[in-house]
Design a protein around this ligand. Structure first.
Ligand code: V47
Length: 369
């Protein structure tokens, strides 16, 4: 609960919104934009923390995970991407199923609970190609939860197999798919999307695939790519579309704001936003998305120190141990060129912010508190 004296000292234009938030009422589009435009960063932290405490208390979640990035060859050419390389380039890769199983086996005897599989949209691979890989992983290591493929990859692989979206998702679930990561959402506003990733699956398709997945009993995450050429109005529009979908399905577990990183891509001249903007973005996301239970700071993208600070701005999840298995952010200029965090370091980061570390599985069941 926020003390009355603090609420009374809130600037007049934010007093009503603050009171609504404290009472647990939903905020409107206009109120979301007003919060973004305010520079009351400490107030945003207090408000977002009150919502975080109501939903998750002081618990801060993490898991033991690793990534597999099957390929960086991609039919799309997003301006912000530092990861994609053309087929034939010495820096491109397309791992064989054998190589992918070798990566899985390198985690033998390690208590990981999740594999996160995401990569480029390879022109030649359909859902049966990837489905057979999921099947092999599941047969080899049934205890591993498979969170795989952005809606953009799914759109292409399902279409290539010539089946409908519901049928494609049903088949992938049968092969072993258990949940879907949040990537590929970028920014839903059609004009901005056209500017930064013109040839990518549309916002409507991204939302449709997640909706169909939820209907098929496959939970998912959602992201936003922020801090480039979008405005606060575009960010709230994005959050609004997610809030509406979540009202219908309840299938999103976590929302993950992804800060645009500028190295080695064709949007470098855009620069990067400040840490104040990062914290504001977490706080407003927590306040606006009243129906998505978890807000995640993805530490390999944001950096460890900012991740620790974000726990005072509504964040309750820091993702996982990673074990140096992802290149998407190191290629885009993130601080950690070889992202790894052991359990002791993650726990120290969380405790240092006055929170309680909780190891979770992908679906937020407690593994160890
Ligand atoms: O969709 C690519 C983003 C996403 C850059 O669901 C960039 O648990 C910033 O979605 N600067 C993929 N962002 C990663 C992703 C993700 C990560 C961690 C956890 C989960 C989850 C999902 O990475 C892409 C795109 O939005 N991205 N390039 C860049 N230069």
């Amino acid at each position: 609960m926020i003390p009355e004296a603090i609420l009374n000292s809130v600037p007049e234009d934010l007093r009503e919104i603050s009171q609504k938030i404290v009472k647990g009422e939903r905020i409107t589009t206009e109120e979301g934009i007003l919060l973004f435009k305010s520079n009351e960063i400490a107030l945003l932290g207090v408000l977002a923390s009150s919502v975080r405490n109501r939903i998750n208390g002081k618990k801060t979640f993490f898991n033991r995970n690793f990534h597999i990035e099957p390929t960086n060859i991609c039919i799309h050419n997003c301006k912000f991407c530092s990861y994609r390389k053309p087929a034939g380039s010495p820096d491109s890769w397309d791992h064989t199923p054998e190589k992918i199983m070798e990566i899985v086996r390198s985690f033998d005897n390690k208590p990981v609970t999740e594999v996160h599989i995401v990569g480029g949209v390879h022109p030649e691979h359909d859902l049966h190609y990837y489905g057979n890989i999921l099947k092999q992983i599941k047969e080899y290591r049934p205890d591993l939860h498979i969170k795989a493929f952005t809606a953009i990859e799914l759109d292409y692989m399902i279409h290539k197999a010539g089946v409908s979206i519901p049928e494609g998702l049903r088949l992938l679930k049968e092969y072993g798919l258990q949940s879907i990561p949040g990537g590929g959402a970028e920014i839903f506003d059609e004009e901005i999307r056209k500017e930064i990733c013109d040839d990518k699956s549309t916002s409507k398709l991204w939302l449709r695939i997640h909706e169909e997945a939820h209907k098929a009993g496959i939970p998912s995450n959602a992201t936003i790519l922020y801090g480039h050429i979008e405005t606060y109005e575009h960010r709230i529009d994005h959050l609004n579309r997610l809030r509406d979908l979540q009202d219908r399905t309840g299938g999103f577990n976590a929302f993950i704001p992804l800060k645009f990183r500028m190295e080695n891509n064709t949007m470098s001249e855009t620069g990067e936003v400040s840490i104040i903007e990062d914290m504001k973005n977490y706080a407003v996301s927590r306040l606006f998305l009243d129906n998505i239970p978890h807000l995640k700071a993805y530490w390999p993208a944001l950096g460890k120190e900012s991740t620790q600070l974000s726990l005072s701005f509504g964040v309750d999840d820091v993702d996982g141990t990673i074990d140096d298995t992802t290149k998407i952010y190191s290629m885009a200029g993130a601080e950690d060129q070889r992202p790894v965090m052991g359990i002791a370091e993650i726990s120290k980061l969380i405790c240092g912010a006055g929170m309680i570390p909780v190891e979770r599985d992908t679906l937020y069941n407690t593994v160890k508190e």
